[in-house]
Design a protein around this ligand. Structure first.
Ligand SMILES: Cc1cc2nc3c(=O)[nH]c(=O)nc-3n(C[C@H](O)[C@H](O)[C@H](O)COP(=O)(O)OP(=O)(O)OC[C@H]3O[C@@H](n4cnc5c(N)ncnc54)[C@H](O)[C@@H]3O)c2cc1C
Length: 468
């Protein structure tokens, strides 16, 4: 507590320390909780530099935060940490549609950015389910994706330049505004997905895409049984053209969503949710006919329901997790991906994990990228919850996949990261962390396999939980 007066002296921005002010900052959308010492809303990037220098002196952890919608504890503070609230940094600083870029504050919310861009004929492609509340800084720090990453790729592909204050207190710009440059390894990519552990982002230059004239959504009921590997592979070949999203929602999740949001969807089947970008109505119709023919070739023959505004579909799809929250509360929610050819095996293994634990399974995800969010109805902090999480992540790795498709590593998966990366990349990652944050003050306990000491000083470990 003796550090508080010196904090008030060091920064010019707003500082909150009362229980009421701190309550919203001790949590994200996972089941984890932390007890921060204070929350600071820095006034500008000079203030961020002063804050980092102050934190280095006292070895006080700092946790950058956007909207706090992360799902694996990424933005949950270590006890005694100072939360750096960047949600007020929500300015649209500059938009140059003709050059397809925009410069923004890291706290701008995705939906607000899109609204400002649409009237200029451009858009920012990443559209995670949390797009109505989550910030662009949070998207960069977790390399977020959404349905449209089927065609456009994740946030990483849509960032041109970043300004950040590193854990050393140095302020620097990474990347470049030009569309193309060949200047050694691109250091900007070290910050994308770094979950606030290397630097605090103070400005983001995003890359933009021309807004398609028309976007329609299709909902297609799936027969059972059907090979989802075959469906995903067949549709993948259309990603270069107008097909921009290929999502799956299983029958149980669709039923919950239909009940909670009064959606008129077929209740007897799992559903494919697709998005088509088109030049005009005729182009959309031709593409739809091609998709229907492709689906028929892999055994899917029920006709699609057409949504003339695809965003209506994505708002509903984004509500799947919330609808499950309302219906069943805390549960194990995972985020894994496997190669398209291994999807059927993955789904079998997920079913077997749920059956052997005797718990319900609700699943949705980004089928076209082999990326899934299985939800197991069990208390996530219980021993069964822990066992299920370990079994799911192990299954993903054994099938040649990843333990985090888009949500990040956070606190919950840190010990699995080294298993996925292997010893040499894990060691290199540790070197980068030590160079950028020598005192281990930035978001300790996240992302890296092991942390120790009061400020969670980085200490790499190659051990993970034993496979089941
Ligand atoms: C209903 C729901 C649906 C979701 N759907 C998706 C989805 O489809 N795809 C997906 O990828 N994710 C999804 N998420 C996860 C989450 O919304 C995203 O990861 C989002 O990008 C986080 O943004 P945020 O502003 O809430 O970040 P926060 O939760 O505040 O922070 C996330 C991480 O970023 C760091 N961070 C935030 N701002 C900065 C900054 N300025 N500088 C440095 N580090 C920073 C934090 O320290 C933390 O490690 C979903 C979450 C919910 C609740």
């Amino acid at each position: 507590m003796t550090t508080l007066p010196s904090l008030l002296e060091a920064v010019r921005g707003r500082v909150g320390t009362t229980a009421e002010e701190l309550a919203p900052y001790g949590r994200d959308q996972s089941f984890l909780r932390g007890s921060p010492l204070a929350v600071v809303a820095p006034a500008d990037s000079d203030d961020v530099v002063a804050l980092v220098r102050w934190a280095r002196q006292g070895r006080v952890p700092l946790v950058p935060r956007g909207a706090g919608t992360s799902l694996d504890g990424e933005s949950v503070p270590a006890d005694g940490a100072v939360v750096v609230d960047l949600s007020g940094w929500n300015q649209l600083i500059e938009v140059v549609p003709e050059e397809l870029w925009a410069r923004v504050g890291p706290g701008i919310v995705n939906r607000d950015l899109q609204r400002a861009l649409h009237s200029r004929g451009v858009f920012f492609p990443p559209n995670p389910g949390s797009w109505t509340t989550a910030t662009i800084g949070g998207h960069v720090a977790t390399n977020a994706s959404g349905p449209r990453s089927f065609k456009y790729g994740p946030t990483r592909s849509w960032i041109r330049e970043l300004e950040a204050v590193l854990g050393t207190g140095d302020r620097a710009r990474f990347g470049h505004r030009v569309a193309k440059r060949s200047v050694g390894p691109e250091l900007l990519h070290l910050l994308v997905g770094s979950e606030g552990t290397l630097g605090i982002l103070t400005e983001v230059t995003v890359r933009l895409a021309p807004l398609p004239a028309r976007r329609e959504g299709l909902v297609v009921p799936l027969p059972a049984p059907v090979s989802l590997s075959a469906v995903a592979r067949r549709l993948r070949l259309r990603s270069g053209a107008g097909l921009s999203a290929v999502e799956l929602i299983d029958r149980s999740s669709a039923a919950v969503l239909a009940e909670r949001r009064q959606v008129d969807w077929p209740a007897d089947a799992a559903l494919l949710l697709l998005e088509v970008e088109a030049r005009n109505a005729r182009d959309a119709e031709e593409q739809r006919a091609g998709i229907v023919a492709d689906l028929r070739a892999v055994g899917v023959d029920r006709p699609p329901t057409v949504y003339s505004d695809a965003d209506e579909l994505w708002t509903l799809r984004g509500a799947s997790g919330v609808a499950l929250d309302e219906r069943m509360g805390p549960r194990v929610r995972e985020d894994i991906a496997v190669p398209l050819g291994r999807i059927d095996e993955l789904l079998e293994r997920l079913g077997a994990i749920a059956a052997s634990a005797g718990v319900g399974l609700f699943l949705y995800g980004h089928l076209g990228e082999g990326s899934f969010h299985p939800n197991f109805v069990v208390e996530p902090a219980s021993p069964t919850g822990e066992r299920i999480r370990a079994a799911v992540l192990t299954a993903a790795l054994e099938l040649g996949g990843t333990v985090s498709s888009e949500h990040g590593i956070g606190r919950l998966k840190a010990d699995f990261l080294a298993r996925e990366l292997g010893p040499v990349p894990t060691d290199l990652l540790g070197s980068v962390k030590r160079r950028c944050d020598p005192d281990g003050i930035l978001n300790p306990g996240k992302l890296y396999p092991s942390a120790s000491g009061p400020a969670g000083r980085f200490s790499p470990s190659l051990s993970g939980p034993a496979a089941e």
